[in-house]
Design a protein around this ligand. Structure first.
Ligand code: SAH
Length: 386
């Protein structure tokens, strides 16, 4: 079996339950791209089994710890376990994440379900090589109508893999109807952001529904995830997104769901918040769900400035007694950092705020307790007291 020897530091990391071993901790390699390898510590102790990449900075992705033999059927077994867990969640939706990479012990594999269609992303050499096995297991387990590979994320380039979108099984139309709670969407799995929808916010939309009322501002709305879920509880909804295409989808989805109180504007949120402030606009409910401002460590400072600005302006636009649902999906910004920056925004805005709920990504996107990087989505629900 192919084998890789790692440094003491790498061994400590793996023993602490972190599934990534970096190139700088790799000492000896007798393996080819995408191999399942046995991993040894520098003194020859077996550490476990991993998928090997000959290009990525993340050279090894652990799939099992200890000296036991690697289970031959790990792909199908783990897919089955991941799917069984999602079924047990009894989600009120026909779209959800079935496999969330490391957290389902299938590192760098994503599988999302949109009704009877599946969308997969294979984000490392080891998983890419096993796509035929993954597809056949998914067909056995779920009998989908079609499976699409959305292998266009840039991280594939770091693995030396090409970016490609293709049907792997059956057929996949460019409009798939799904339901989330009471809202029906038309999803484009071929071209939508991520694999079509921001599935990770489903439970935060459900939580926000407990508080939403009055005039709602949904900033960074994409296809209207929050706007449409909350509209039935609100008098009026203003959804803002910089993308014309996204705004067209919000309007289309609002009509499809018979929601007559939703207005959508194609605007830069930073400009729109300033303009609303100038006009003296006020809202009882505001949602801020920006894209990851900190895509890497170097951009964290600038990201914090961005988070501070939008939160400060939103808190000013909020009526006393109103609710702010504010999110960060940058994994480089920790929960503590995010709470700090929102607190600083409240202080600068001169408002008193209480923290009503502290939330994360939905349960179908589990967090690995030993891998802080997997807790990427933070969502605070705040109440403006005065
Ligand atoms: N809230 C959405 C997901 C938002 S994703 C949901 O629940 O589904 C982030 C969105 O922000 C994207 O649609 C992107 O087009 C938009 N965006 C990025 N920068 C922006 C800006 N400066 N102003 C307005 N929208 C922006």
């Amino acid at each position: 079996m192919p084998r890789v020897t790692i440094s003491r530091r790498g061994e400590d990391r793996a023993r602490a339950g972190h599934p990534w071993i970096y190139r700088s901790d790799v000492e000896e390699v007798d393996a080819a791209a995408g191999d399942l390898v046995q991993v040894f510590g520098s003194r020859g102790r077996p550490v476990g089994h991993a998928l090997f990449s000959d290009e990525s900075e993340i050279t090894l992705r652990m799939i099992a710890y200890g000296s036991a033999a690697a289970p031959e059927t790990f792909i199908k077994d783990r897919l089955a376990a991941a799917i069984a867990f999602r079924e047990a969640l009894a989600l009120d939706a026909t779209a959800c994440r079935l496999v969330h990479g490391e957290a389902d012990r299938l590192p760098s594999l994503i599988v999302d379900r949109y009704g009877d269609h599946l969308v997969i992303q294979a984000l490392s050499q080891g998983i890419d090589r096993r796509v035929p096995e993954i597809v056949s297991a998914l067909v056995d387990l779920l009998q989908p109508q079609g499976i699409l590979a959305r292998n266009d994320p840039r991280v594939r380039l770091l693995e030396g893999l090409e970016q490609r979108v293709e049907v792997l099984y059956g057929d996949v139309p460019d409009r798939v109807a799904v339901r989330e709670g009471a809202v029906e969407y038309q999803v484009d799995p071929w071209r939508g952001q991520k694999t079509g929808l921001f599935l990770d916010q489903r439970e935060n939309r459900e939580a926000a529904l407990r508080y939403a009322r009055g005039r709602l501002l949904d900033a960074f709305s994409y296809h209207g995830g929050f706007a449409l879920a909350l509209a039935p509880r609100c008098e009026s909804v203003l959804a803002v997104d910089i993308s014309e295409d996204a705004v067209a989808r919000i309007r289309e989805n609002a009509t499809r769901n018979g929601l007559g109180n939703v207005e959508a504007r194609a605007m830069n949120v930073f400009d729109e918040l300033r303009e609303l402030e100038r006009q003296g606009a006020r809202f009882e409910t505001i949602v801020l769900d920006p894209p990851a401002f900190a895509k890497n460590k170097a951009s964290v400072r600038k990201a914090m400035t961005g988070y501070k600005e939008i939160n400060l302006r939103a808190l000013k636009l909020l009526e006393p007694g109103g609710f702010l649902v504010t999110c960060s999906c940058s994994y480089n910004v920790s929960e503590d950092m995010f709470v700090d920056v929102v607190s600083a925004a409240a202080a600068d805005a001169g408002v008193e705020v209480s923290l009503v709920e502290k939330r994360a990504q939905g349960r179908d996107h589990p967090i690995l307790i030993n891998v802080p990087e997997t807790y990427y989505l933070k969502c605070l629900i705040l109440r403006k007291l005065a």
